[in-house]
Design a protein around this ligand. Structure first.
Ligand code: IPM
Ligand code: MN
Length: 353
């Protein structure tokens, strides 16, 4: 299989975790006789330092002509003063929008050996297997922003078409899983949420009658996620609610560092990134958890390259590495933590394909 993959290490721990993801890609390429062209591009704060902008034109065109994009993380104190006009996050939002990747899949599974790693009781989190589908290219993130002397505003807009396509994406995934979909909104307060609820109800009745649909208000969803997380299968929600709830949900798995994501649009091209940030506090020390990135590589193989066997092999290798105790500081018992590189190595030695 021939594929072009854009690699965007970004900032903070981004380059460290990406290095392990790239090693996995290279290993799979060798074993499967694939022809992967990896093209590394500057992005985020690193690109601001280099070119003055977070998403340089050449980075964008490389991503647009690639089969998939693998991204580390962006941002950091150097580029985050509120008065700065150019910010790394603008590059990420512009990239998501330009690639048209409106469906952000964030699966949360609690690994059997890690139910004790969560701050929640293990009997609450054991067996959790849920999938968030976050709308990624609309809502308050992209509405008009205004700043005046004594006030500021961010507009939240959703069109019928934007809601239709995200609910279809989520419903198709629910069909392949346990057939249950929870749609999260704030329909008791927000007009965009009332439209959301109407459209979701209509599409589900007409096109997915076999998927059980439940509507939930976002505040209640935040509560139920920690109270009875096992009851959830697929959850679909708008951009900002999804941002907040997926950080919350990551704690079910024990660490933000474990969770991958795939952002998909109409075609096969996707943007893959761990859901954690650039973690400037631990950057450069070689102790970050690379598993969120390695699992994002697995999603890339499955969704953009159609290499399902490779994807599963990589996921199984990560599970085996965790079982064997290859755990970075965020998920290790005191004194037993491995480095980012050692965790990557533990995956590679268990990769059977
Ligand atoms: C995420 C991040 C981004 C978001 C930031 C960095 C813009 O928090 O991917 O969840 O809010 O979408
Ligand atoms: Mn976030």
């Amino acid at each position: 299989m021939k594929a072009r993959i854009a690699i965007l290490p970004g900032d903070g721990i981004g380059p460290e975790v990406i290095a392990e993801g790239v090693r996995c890609l290279r290993a799979l390429q060798l074993r499967g006789g694939h022809d992967f062209t990896l093209i590394e591009c500057p992005f985020g704060g690193a690109a601001i330092d280099l070119t003055g902008e977070p998403l340089p034109k050449t980075t964008l065109t490389t991503c647009q002509s690639a089969d998939a994009v693998l991204l580390g993380a962006i941002g950091g104190p150097k580029w985050s003063a509120p008065e700065l006009k150019v910010r790394p996050e603008q590059g990420l939002l512009a990239l998501r929008r330009a690639l048209g990747v409106y469906a952000n899949l964030r699966p949360v599974q609690v690994h059997r050996a890690l139910s004790g790693a969560s701050t929640l009781k293990s009997e609450v989190v054991t067996g959790v297997d849920l999938l968030f589908v976050r709308e990624l290219t609309g809502g308050i993130y992209f509405g008009e922003k205004r700043r005046e002397a004594h006030q500021a505003s961010d507009l939240c807009v959703y069109t019928v078409e934007e809601i239709e396509r995200i609910v279809r994406a989520a419903a198709r995934l629910a069909e392949q899983r346990r057939g249950r979909l929870v749609s999260i909104d704030k329909a008791n307060v927000l007009e965009t949420s009332r439209l959301w609820r109407e459209v979701v109800t209509r599409v589900m009745r007409a096109e997915f009658p076999q998927v059980a649909l439940e509507h939930m208000l976002v505040d209640a969803a935040a509560m139920h996620l920690v109270r009875r997380p096992r009851d959830f299968d697929v959850l679909v929600t708008e951009n900002m609610f999804g941002d907040i709830l997926t950080d919350e949900a990551s704690m079910l798995a024990g660490s933000l560092g474990l969770l991958p994501s795939a952002s998909l649009g109409a075609g096969r091209r996707g943007l893959y990134e761990p859901i954690h940030g650039s973690a400037p506090d631990i950057a450069g020390r070689g102790i970050a958890n690379p598993y969120g990135t390695v699992l994002s590589v697995a999603l890339l193989l499955r969704h953009s390259l159609g290499l399902a066997a490779e994807a599963t092999a990589l996921e199984q290798a990560v599970a085996a590495a965790i079982d064997a105790g290859a755990r970075t500081a965020d998920i290790a018992a005191d004194g037993s933590a491995v480095t980012t590189r050692e965790a990557g190595e533990a995956v590679l030695t268990r990769l059977s394909l």
